[in-house]
Design a protein around this ligand. Structure first.
Ligand code: XMP
Length: 512
């Protein structure tokens, strides 16, 4: 997407790279992350106001150490190297980097030697966060030291004439007390940014650029009613109106009343909306299937089949809109194994190639909370913006064992009671995901004078920032007790409720 003012972050693999991007946007400047080896022409095309070299796990002297094109120093753009990024600058400018005799991990006191630009108005001594084993031992030619710590005599450098800076610590993490001010100095004092980025300007610029890109072409979107696909659809809908068709597939595996709510809501959306009830088809395909991966595969394939059929009827379509977020992008490019495949199918994976569609992914650079803010600018209801994430395969992976209509009818209301009570107790918005799971075990109970032999519902609620790691949510016992009572009393076929107290890792959020 075109945004007139931006900072380009070259990623060398640090776990903090995404945080840098986010801090910069919080400071009012649009920023994008690209791989460290992006070509110089691509960099020029983006016309950034400055470049940041991220941290990374490598050592500049290691075999195949990642290095950017040397031409980045010839663009007359400010460059800031952070941690490994500083070492990259030192290495490429003929300084010296060595393993530190005393590794510095964690908090350190930084002494500022020069407060003229990068450290403008930063305390003379300030706490920073270090996390790297290598240190600069010799200053590259033309550079000066602008800060040090007890263990690192060269903790920050600046070129004497050009706008090239490097810092050994991480300004993007909260443990660096004045990190935001330091980044702000880079943006506003050094790169001379204006700071015009916010959710509303993002929405405006995005709508404008989609309109230009699509011209009078038509686009298609698989709308789930979740935050991501909804916000993406609204942006495109605002750009091209009815030439966007959003297809909502009811798999029969959605939450209580979800299909109806979604259909009602999108009746007034700024695009053409079509809901398809394919539940019978999905459920028949899932008959007798127990294996979780098998369930996922069947649902993925079926989804594509339904979607493709609808798309064909619409005729000439060139684009497919997807609500891919930045974490999805890194998940799918990472080598983390299973997580790479997790999101593939609900984004109708494989379909774009098959149908010759080009992708429109307006949210590709954003994080969930930023997407919510954009959604708010577009006046999308909080019911959608605050809704917990829901997996593509839906209740199929929350009904352990076989999926039948009867079992769906036990799980849906149980889940609904859980969610309703969380909302009532003001807990829902503090939880990343909460849901009920129907277990494939029956157990003995007693109701009145009768012995029962019925189903077990497990309640799962976790707090998390991105779904990659998660802690079980500490819901007050009184609330849990009330939820348990309601579920057992109100839902026929359930005589036991348990609460899941496992974190991720080693458990996962979903049970299948
Ligand atoms: P796990 O269970 O792996 O889940 O800790 C992490 C996040 O991913 C969601 N999830 C899925 N989403 N298709 C999806 O679209 C899937 O097959 C799938 N499996 C898990 C899960 O709900 C959580 O938010």
């Amino acid at each position: 997407m075109e945004h007139h003012e931006s900072i380009l972050i070259l990623d060398f693999g640090s776990q903090y790279t995404q945080l840098i991007a986010r801090r910069i946007r919080e400071l009012g400047v649009y920023s994008e992350i690209k791989p460290f080896d992006i070509s110089i022409d691509e960099i020029k095309d983006r016309r950034p106001k400055g470049i940041i070299l991220s941290g990374g796990p490598s050592s500049v002297y290691g075999a195949n150490a990642p290095l950017p094109s040397p031409a980045i120093f010839q663009l007359d753009l400010p460059v800031l190297g952070i941690c490994y990024g500083l070492q990259v600058i030192a290495h490429m400018k003929n300084g010296q980097v060595d393993p530190a005799s005393r590794r510095e991990y964690g908090r350190a006191a930084l002494d500022i030697l020069d407060q003229s630009d990068l450290f403008y108005r930063i305390d003379q001594r300030t706490q920073v966060w270090m996390s790297h084993g290598d240190h600069l031992t010799k200053l590259p030619k033309g550079f000066q030291v602008i800060a040090n710590t007890d263990n690192a005599p060269i903790a920050a450098i600046r070129h004497t004439r050009e706008r090239i800076f490097g810092i050994q610590f991480h300004p993007e993490v909260v443990h660096t007390m004045q990190g935001k001010e330091i980044l702000s100095n880079f943006l506003y004092r050094i790169c001379r940014c204006e700071g015009n980025w916010n959710a509303s300007s993002f929405a405006e610029a995005t709508v404008q650029s989609i309109r230009e890109k699509l011209g009078d072409q038509h686009a298609l979107c698989a709308l789930s009613g979740g935050v991501d696909s909804t916000v993406a659809a609204y942006l495109v809908g605002k750009a091209i109106g009815d030439r966007l068709t959003c297809i909502f597939v009811d798999t029969g595996l959605l939450r209580h009343q979800e299909a109806k709510q979604v259909s009602d809501y999108f009746k007034n959306a700024p695009f053409h909306f079509k809901a398809i009830d394919a539940s019978a088809q999905f459920l028949s395909k899932l008959e007798g299937v127990y294996d979780p991966e098998q369930k996922r595969k069947i649902i993925g394939n079926e989804f594509i089949r339904v979607f493709e059929k609808e798309a064909k009827q619409l005729g000439d379509i060139k684009y497919l809109v997807q609500g891919t977020l930045y974490p999805d992008v890194i998940e799918s490019v990472s080598t983390k194994g299973p997580s790479a495949t997790i999101k593939s199918h609900h984004n109708v994976g494989g379909l774009p190639e098959k149908m010759g569609l080009s992708l429109i992914e307006p949210l590709r650079e954003l994080f969930k909370d930023e997407v919510r803010r954009v959604g708010r600018e577009l006046n999308i209801t909080d019911v959608i913006l605050k809704r917990h994430p829901f997996p593509g395969p839906g209740l199929a992976v929350r009904i352990l064992g076989e999926i039948t209509r009867e079992r769906i009818e036990i799980l849906q209301p149980a889940d609904h009671i859980f969610i309703e009570e969380l909302v009532r107790n003001d807990l829902y918005d503090h939880i990343w995901q909460a849901f009920a799971v129907l277990l494939p075990v029956k157990s003995v109970g007693v109701m009145g004078d009768e012995r029962t032999y019925e189903n077990t519902i497990a309640l799962r609620a976790v707090t998390s920032l991105d779904g990659m790691t998660a802690d079980w949510a500490d819901i007050p016992h009184s609330v849990l007790a009330h939820i348990s009572n309601r579920i057992i009393n109100e839902i026929k076929g359930v005589n036991r409720v348990v609460y899941d107290i496992s974190s991720k890792p080693p458990s996962t959020i979903e049970w299948e």
